[in-house]
Design a protein around this ligand. Structure first.
Ligand code: MN
Length: 475
């Protein structure tokens, strides 16, 4: 199965009914909902398993079910469907306990109406058009944020909407346990990378802890020479690395040592994301560019200059994208091409663009950096693979968060960027350069973003709804 993940995460499928229709109808409801769940698991291409739960028919059953879902550590969300009418006052006390994401599936066992044979028994059994509206009312009345998907459960549109939501809800579930290491605090005087970490944890679940860069340096010092040799061999196998001078190889070995030390530091603290700050590299020989690139490629969230919001968002989007084609990276709008009618943006960072975006095998090179006052850092150099993508940024205004998303088309550079010693992406923003930039800037969108060629706008819509934050969509 494409993108199948196996981390234990599951979703519960909850079918609502009532006792009004008699045991025969309820047996059929039971059978039908099992059949739908089996179909979804076998043929839906779902990234996570859906677990069938016994049909709920009374307020007591419903009130017991939702706290159970809340407490189940592997349950990342619930899918609700009203096969028949299920009076919604029965649902109030149960739904009040629900904090995990919900998808309301407004579906039906039959695709077509049996026009010639339809009778009242059929009507009593198949009334989600009716029951799901009653359920929808009480969800709206209770202010429950949920994704509503209407259509036959086998339709490609419904299955795709489900697949997207499952990935987003699983990322949300993981976000509740994510720890972000902010190494070396914030680039001095920069505004957008700051923010209220307490409010962020209340809103999103992830926690951010500060560490002195010396804590990382201690780990780097402990790395054995043999480990460095092995990692450099892996670099040779993975990237374009021609014969280089001894001095260059020393820099690459130093970068490998940093990668091993930083990885050990993060693993020891169970951190899935981290930030660095080129103004605080005390004890590091070079800016950990290659390490950041390779840790990103392994699923770590990353933000430069202390940007913990982008680091957490990158972790979440990488989790959503797990196993899907296309890369996801930290990104920064850098410079414009303003030729009339051919406007585009060159995005890069000093070094830290994730090689999952690369169009071809990256080159591993060492060049001066020009800032930070450290030794020349190693980095992977490549152009991003052309195709549709999004840039997404998470910004904070007091205790209010906003997700700004721009649909873009990554294109090849007009000419090889022979003198630019960093990975980069060139893109055409939608709807056009000026409208995109004006709306992004008006929305307070950061100069840092997550560039995703793997998951698109629908994922961001689901994410902002689950998180309960504002979404500004530019397309
Ligand atoms: Mn930056």
């Amino acid at each position: 199965m494409v993108g199948k993940t196996a981390d234990g995460t599951e979703f519960w499928f909850v079918t609502g009914s009532q006792h009004l229709y008699g045991p025969g109808t309820l047996r059929q409801v039971d059978e039908d909902s099992r059949m739908i769940v089996e179909y979804l698991n076998r043929h839906g291409g779902l990234p996570y398993p859906v677990v069938w739960k016994p049909v709920v028919k009374t307020q007591d059953e419903i009130t017991a079910l939702f706290p159970e879902a809340e407490c189940a550590p592997d349950c990342a969300g619930v899918i609700c469907w009203m096969h028949t009418f299920s009076p919604a006052k029965m649902w109030i006390n149960g739904l009040k306990a629900l904090r995990k994401p919900m998808l309301h599936l407004n579906t039906q066992v039959n695709s077509d109406l049996p026009w010639k044979t339809i009778d009242m028994d059929f009507m009593n059994l198949n009334q989600s058009a009716h029951g799901d509206r009653e359920f929808g009312y009480i969800c709206s009345r209770l202010g429950i944020r949920r994704k509503i998907v209407c259509g036959h459960y086998r339709s490609p549109r419904v299955l795709q909407a489900l697949r997207v939501w499952l990935r987003v809800a699983a990322a949300w579930h993981g976000l509740q346990r994510l720890r972000v290491a902010r190494i070396g605090d914030n680039m001095r005087d920069v505004a957008v990378t700051e923010g209220n970490k307490v409010d962020a944890q209340i809103q999103f679940g992830f926690s951010v802890s500060g560490y002195g860069v010396g804590d990382v340096v201690a780990h780097i010092r402990e790395v054995a020479g043999r480990e460095v040799d092995e990692l450099v061999d892996r670099y040779r196998a993975s990237y374009q690395l021609p014969d280089v001078s001894d001095r260059t190889m020393d820099s690459i070995r130093s970068a490998a040592r940093q990668e091993l030390g930083l990885r050990a530091f993060l693993q020891e603290r169970d951190c899935g994301a981290f930030t660095t700050n080129f103004e605080d590299l005390n004890g590091l020989e070079q800016l950990p560019g290659l390490a950041s690139q390779r840790l990103m490629a392994d699923g770590f969230g990353f933000g430069a200059e202390g940007d913990w919001k982008t680091a957490a968002l990158l972790w979440a989007i990488k989790k959503m994208a797990n196993g899907l084609p296309g890369g996801v990276s930290f990104m920064e709008d850098y410079t414009y091409h303003l030729e009339p009618g051919r406007e585009r943006i060159l995005g890069a960072h000093m070094l830290e663009v994730c090689p999952t975006l690369a169009a071809s095998c990256p080159r591993l090179e060492v060049h001066p950096l020009g800032i930070g006052g450290k030794a020349d850092p190693a980095r992977l150099i490549f152009s991003a693979s052309p195709g549709p993508a999004i840039n997404a940024t998470l910004v904070e205004f007091g205790s209010k968060f906003r997700l700004v998303v721009n649909e873009i088309e990554i294109v090849p550079p007009d000419a090889p960027l022979a003198s630019l010693p960093t990975a980069s992406a060139v893109w055409i923003p939608r709807p056009d350069m000026a409208a995109s930039a004006e709306r992004w800037i008006a929305a307070g969108g950061a100069h840092h973003s997550v560039c995703s060629a793997a998951v698109g706008t629908e994922y961001m819509e689901d994410f902002s709804r689950i998180a309960g934050i504002e979404l500004v969509l530019i397309r």
